[in-house]
Write a protein that binds this ligand. Sequence first.
Ligand code: WT7
Length: 635
Amino acid sequence: MSNYHIKHLEEYYKVYRKSVREPEVFWEEIAEEHFSWHKKWDKVLEWDFKKPEIKWYQGAKLNITENCIDRHLRTKGDKVAILFEPNNPEEEAQHITYHQLHERVNKFANVLKNEGIKKGDRVCIYLPMIPELAVSLLACARIGAIHSVVFAGFSATALSTRINDSDCKVVITSDGSFRGNKTIDLKGIVDEALEDCPGVHSVLVVNRIDSEITMKEGRDKLLQPLLDNASSHCEPEIMDAEDPLFILYTSGSTGKPKGMVHTTAGYMVYTAYTFKNVFNYKDDDIYWCTADIGWITGHSYIVYGPLANGATTVMFEGVPSHPDYGRFWEVVEKHKITQFYTAPTAIRALAKEKLEYIDKYDLSSLKVLGSVGEPINEEAWHWYNDNIGKKKSPIVDTWWQTETGGILISPIPYVTPTIPTYATLPLPGIQPCLMDENGEEIKGKQVDGRLCIKYPWPSIARTIWGNHQRYKETYFSTYENNYFTGDGALRDTVGYYRITGRVDDVIIVSGHNLGTAPIEDAINEHPAVAESAIVGFPHDVKGNALYGYVILKETGEGRLHENLRKEINQMITEHIGPIAKLDKIQFTPGLPKTRSGKIMRRILRKIACNETDNLGDTSTLLNPEVVQTIIDNSF
Ligand code: WT7
């Protein structure tokens, strides 16, 4: 018998030890007992971090939608699978049962088939947080198509880059979206993006906001009439364990986003197992994760993990501030939410508002609170614990990444004693280690270093779409035989991990992972800009904000710097999206460079953080004199 649900600390240690000693037995038992397979695997794990190559449950045959939907029908057909809470609180919530979800996914899958989509084809999904978003992921998975969801806050340029990188044939979108009291013209953005995407032959459009849109003849189709005419029976495509399930882009240290490829069986097993344990999920719970399905958090812990457990998962279309700052708590009371999973940036934003917004509502249904996306600072942790959890709901500070597919380090609620700012212990199957700058493992307690994982877990991304070499270089070359996370961490005396933040050129702004290179590339497109460098600095709500140092081509008199600042941010909005806008832009005659021409970001970071007392050695710079000029003109 596997220990699918860990209930006390001693059991955690026992299970953890087993998962390290006999990883294959451990993951085999879980896969065997909790999922349905058309054929079992021949081999649980085959791996080589040098190549790198990782294969879980090789030889197994399955379809993930049968595990997420069909197998629940007999016992839970009338249970709510997806609970949709619209942007407008006056609009009625939708309760979609497992039976209804089954029908909707089957119909949608048939529509995709009729569009000529078959196993292995890529489908781009650019939708707001409406039920069709979850349904479209599952419809792709039903027929073995690979979904590539692009967060609907990304710009047309970002969208077209992603569509082209993975050669998507179809785009699923909506006329527009509601966000707070605004509407966004998503179809307009898709139209603009598709000017650069010759490979897309059809666009399926959901009607969400009833706006006037232009439909391109032969390419664009309204989804609803197609669904109405589609059969509600679609035989699931039988997939190999290692067939790709989806691609999800994440930013990296070069301009091009990385299309992380997740495969079927291992991803399913790991997200389901971690969902059960990290959220202490029980049958009658109503689980709410506030993330967008456009990010990995939504894929793994709104859609696949919860549905694989037959859970009720909430999808929220709106924002925490609309119609007022009580919205989250109103929804918690209304739907009697038991698990609430959100990001530190949202917690910090809400903590600035009056407590009356909370006190109006009954939050007594809550049992577990979650945090994800960036380190949660002590103040925010306590605010969350005191005011939302009323000191009764454990907080799970879940550390993971797009690349890891599921949560790797996290407390197990009611099992692991929590400490603010600590993600605490590795989940079963996860073998973290800390490395020093020379590539040696740092053993022992009360140490810090660069966080790596020594051994594969089932939901690790298998490659970068179309670029296995980049996958190898980014994750497996810094420390031989280890997966390098890009994060720094410390390990305390009891073996708890505390994540200290990125050690590379990625900056986490409001929980969004932003590479500096793509932003710099966008700025440099501005005709007046010669060169730029972006660094992060602390921000009380966003966690980090962006500070840009920009060299202009001409520093002539009377240049309208304020206008230029606006134009630079406009450039970023067009190329990436508003999430990557800069808070501060400093024009500078030069940037500190090493003799080999590399920008010394360490110095720029210190200046942006106002830590200029201790800049370290600047004598090796090519242009040490520029440092003082930058300090003198900094914000
Ligand atoms: C990076 C990954 C995982 C889903 C959302 C983000 C940071 C994430 C935590 C946490 C400290 C965290 C790391 C990581 N991060 N969770 N609990 N504590 N840092 O996915 O966009 O791929 O970003 O987010 O720096 O490497 P992502």
